[in-house]
Design a protein around this ligand. Structure first.
Ligand code: 7MF
Ligand code: ZN
Length: 869
């Protein structure tokens, strides 16, 4: 029924049966695990057949009310088990068998470095037993685990441990009971030998919660940052969202083999070890930040996802958009709001805008899906979070929280839809959201076109605003979006206009295709700044002059707008040089002066300065064009970077030294992170010129580094800037870290991003490196993903060898782990936008994939979408 066909949101029907309770028993053996599932099933429709999902399972037996069924009473295929005749209410007992050691897809039950673990979102539970594997079927789970006591001293599942004990033949068992009803995708089981880091948290209402982190032996000290992050997240959710934890225990297990970042299974999160383990020697500042945000994200799911879950997978953004919004706010409240906002906007502009303009374009609530795993996208997650953020901007914190409280009150314990969320917000925050709902049903990035008219006599600034919407994948006529536009007006003397609210910004509500706004009391010569804080996920069509951008950069009250104007100055410098021959390329001196002022400004947060002088990524630049001139854009960007580095050389060296000196003295950890960010961004610019001086700078920083941030920055700039010392540093790093997979990921990624023509040969050699494994998604993503996603120069090599290379690896991964293959195919899917002969070279590789006989559904869907049918 499901093989390579699409499912549609409009076809949703309620489940035919409900399962209120399930008792599971696992007898764990690496090569042969037996699972008995005992469910209490109630028919909701009376009479119909029971259709259960199941994949790659060996069915041992089925019984209804203890009566074993004859083979004539049911049928099984690749996807489903159908029992034609069932009573209205009954006990269903299914025994299945599987081989977890052969599960390289890492969905369902598998073995990671000798430990059993599970991943059930979205549809992994059906690889454990036959079940109604859909999120609107919610049951209480009781799980008994039996395993060898020596190899698997810890036996874990959701909820509370209610029984445990020894058994014959060195076996032991544990029984877990989760009192909260949940869909199967939140089920988890872990069995293995770990080091255990324990702590506790007392909730606001006085509940004592045991906090337990299970990590590979010898790594206990590396879990301290994750533990501290969890406690911060728990406190923050109580204070900002009034939400408390609801069980007596919260467990986190770190595993090396994991397809994604982490998973919010009730009471038993499973994490990619990359998002738990860190110490200063082996992890960068950005790794530490990533851990805090992913720990927060999974914890926040306990309410937005687990207590209130999704009715069906088309509603994924209900939990993911909202939870990303929550984790972003957490990071902003405990760290720098501006820096976190800028990081989120960079993801939107470089990745989400690209997705929304390409063949995979879909609304944050998709209408059709072939493989659900393909819809865990930047659109559902990050644009979904922007949509929630717009609500917050429109109504303010207080009314937003009233809406949230109403959502929790109305829907706790239920599986609901995005419309349910909007209804709860509408009611609780007292706002009409009928038009806002278009954000859930229409795809594509709107362009907001702004025309200004200033009346010298009345001092009125008139804004004529138009929404330009692209048809894209949408069906039928497009309706205007409802969105907030934040506006700041900066006068010629550099002061910002204060509005009636007492603030220096105002939020205008756009909700028509064409609209006019008037701002009063604007002095002549003022500059209006639109979409401060990226108040809506849109592109803006308004051409600021370089002089206006420099004025905004120097004077805006909004740190985001200052960063944005710096990026626009750099972008215009690059764009103006794309079509020019190398000898004709120029940059306006005023741009260089503006950036010089930024580099030398000691009053700005160093973390912000770092972001301001960083050139827009190639991904962001590609996104500005319908037809991408790869060589032109890379050439122009290189030119601007080199010119900047040359003109600012002295200032950059001075700033590098100042940062380094301050780092020796400061004991402000947050400031130190910013100083390192600036120091290393500056290092990247200085070392664009390869000579013995810049090489020495890299060698010295690498040798003196007391942390991974400085060591890895030196290493990666040595590689991307082709420094003389690159080989030596790579060898040194490899010697030091060859036993640490997570650190070797950095090394693999650095090599994958190398601009050298021989990079493909080098990457191929690394497939045989002892630290590399095709089964480990982190390794594969580091080496192959950094080449295809981060090395535009070599991926887009003119002869097409980058495309062929990626496709070769996708063919290999199709057999091992199609979910990872489907994530890595993204850069190839952009073929239509790439100009010149490259376009057909890329398409040829997609066609090659399409012809593969056993192409997994994950890849079938993406190849079909990008080639068109
Ligand atoms: C922060 O969403 C933001 C996004 C699904 C797996 C984690 O909690 C999750 C899981 C994917 C992609 C991104 C994230 C996750 C998944 C993620 C993690 C941390 N429910 Br797929
Ligand atoms: Zn999530």
């Amino acid at each position: 029924m499901n093989a390579n066909t699409k499912q549609y949101l409009k076809d949703y029907t309620t489940p035919s049966h409900q399962i209120d309770q399930i008792e599971l028993e696992f007898t764990l053996q690496e090569q042969q695990t037996t699972i008995t599932a005992n469910s209490k099933v109630v028919s909701l429709e009376k009479g119909g057949p029971l259709v259960l999902n199941g994949q790659d399972l060996e069915l041992v037996s089925i019984a209804i009310n203890q009566q074993v069924l004859a083979v004539s009473q049911y049928s099984v295929d690749d996807e489903e088990l159908v029992i034609t005749d069932v009573p209205d209410q009954f006990e269903l007992t299914i025994v299945t068998r599987l081989d977890p050691s052969k599960n390289t897809k890492l969905e369902g039950l598998y073995v990671s470095d000798g430990a059993f673990c599970t991943q059930c979102e979205a549809q992994g539970f059906r690889r454990i037993t036959f079940y109604l594997d859909r999120p609107d079927v919610m049951a209480t789970f009781t799980t008994k685990i039996v395993a060898d006591k020596t190899k698997f001293p810890y036996l874990l599942s959701n909820g509370n441990k209610v029984d445990s004990g020894d058994m014959p033949n060195n076996q032991h068992f544990a029984v877990w009971h989760d009192p909260h009803k949940k869909p199967a995708y939140l089920f988890a089981l872990v069995a293995g030998d770990f080091d255990l880091l324990k702590d506790n948290f007392v909730t606001r209402s006085g509940r004592d919660v045991a906090l337990e982190f299970f990590v590979d032996k010898g790594n206990k000290d590396k879990a301290n940052h994750a533990m501290a992050s969890l406690k911060r997240a728990m406190t923050w959710d109580e204070q900002r969202f009034n939400l408390e934890y609801d069980l007596d225990i919260y467990m986190v297990v770190a595993v090396d083999f994991f397809n994604m970042g982490a998973m919010e299974n009730k009471g038993l999160n499973v994490f990619n070890s990359k998002f738990v383990l860190a110490d200063v020697a082996s992890a960068t500042d950005s790794d530490f930040h990533g851990i805090e945000s992913v720990i927060g994200h999974e914890y926040f799911h306990n309410w937005t996802g687990n207590r209130i879950t999704c009715r069906d997978w088309f509603q994924l953004s209900l939990k993911e958009g909202l939870t990303v919004f929550r984790d972003q706010e957490f990071s902003a409240d405990v760290g720098s709001r501006a820096v976190n906002r800028i990081d989120a906007v960079k993801v939107m502009r470089s990745n989400q805008f690209a997705e929304d303009a390409g063949p995979m374009s879909h609304p944050i609530r998709p209408n059709e899906v072939m493989e659900m795993n393909n819809f865990y996208t930047v659109t559902v997650y990050n644009k979904g979070a922007e949509v929630i953020r717009m609500l917050h901007t429109l109504v303010g914190e207080q009314r937003f929280q009233a809406g949230m409280a109403n959502y929790v009150l109305r829907f706790d314990g239920q599986a609901v839809t995005c419309d349910d969320f909007i209804d709860a917000m509408e009611q609780g925050a007292e706002i009409d959201l009928s038009q806002f709902k278009n954000w859930y049903s229409q795809s594509g990035t709107p362009t907001i076109d702004i025309v200004q008219q200033y009346d010298v006599a009345t001092h009125q600034l008139t804004l004529k605003v138009n929404q330009l919407l692209e048809q894209g994948n949408n069906e039928g006529p497009l309706a205007p979006f409802h969105l907030p536009m934040m506006v700041e007006v900066i006068c010629s003397d550099g002061t910002s206009l204060t509005f009636a609210t007492g603030k220096t910004s105002v939020v205008l509500e756009i909700n028509e295709m064409a609209q006019t706004f008037i701002i009063d009391d604007v002095p002549s010569g003022a500059t209006a700044v639109f979409f401060g804080d990226f108040s809506a996920p849109v592109k803006m069509a308004y051409d600021y002059s370089d002089a206006q951008l420099s004025h905004i950069l120097a004077h805006s009250n909004n740190e985001f707008s200052r960063w944005d104007s710096a990026q626009q100055l750099l972008t215009s410098a690059i764009v103006n040089n794309i079509k020019l021959a190398a000898s004709e390329r120029r940059i306006a001196p005023s741009i260089l002066e503006s950036l010089q002022l930024v580099v030398t400004d000691d009053s700005l947060d160093p973390a912000l300065v770092a972001l301001m002088v960083e050139l827009p990524s190639l991904g962001t630049l590609f996104e500005l064009f319908d037809e991408v001139d790869v060589d032109g854009i890379i050439g122009a960007r290189d030119f601007v970077k080199l010119t900047l580095a040359t003109h600012l050389h002295q200032a950059l060296l001075v700033r590098y030294q100042h940062c380094d000196n301050e780092l020796l003295h400061t004991d402000d950890a947050a400031r130190a992170v910013g100083l390192r960010a600036l120091k290393n961004t500056v290092l990247g610019l200085i070392t664009v010129t390869e000579n013995s001086d810049t090489s020495q700078l890299l060698v010295d920083q690498f040798a003196r580094a007391t942390n991974m941030t400085d060591a890895f920055s030196a290493l990666s700039y040595a590689v991307v800037n082709n420094a003389l010392c690159a080989e030596a540093l790579l060898n040194d790093f490899e010697q030091t870290w060859s036993d640490n997979g997570l650190v070797m990921d950095k090394w693999f990624a650095a090599i994958g991003a190398s601009p050298q023509d021989c990079v493909i040969e080098k990457v191929k050699q690394l497939f045989n490196h002892k630290a590399f494994s095709w089964q480990n998604p982190n390794r594969v993503r580091s080496l192959i993903g950094s080449f295809s996603g981060n090395n535009q120069r070599q991926f887009h090599a003119e002869n097409g060898q980058g495309y062929v290379f990626l496709t070769d690896q996708l063919i290999a991964l199709n057999e091992i782990n199609p979910q990872i293959a489907a994530r890595l195919i993204t850069p190839l899917m952009a073929w239509r936008k790439i100009s010149g002969p490259r376009q057909l070279l890329m398409r040829d590789q997609l066609i090659r994939l399409q012809k593969l006989p056993n192409l997994a559904k994950d890849l079938v869907e993406k190849v079909e979408m990008s080639l068109g049918k």
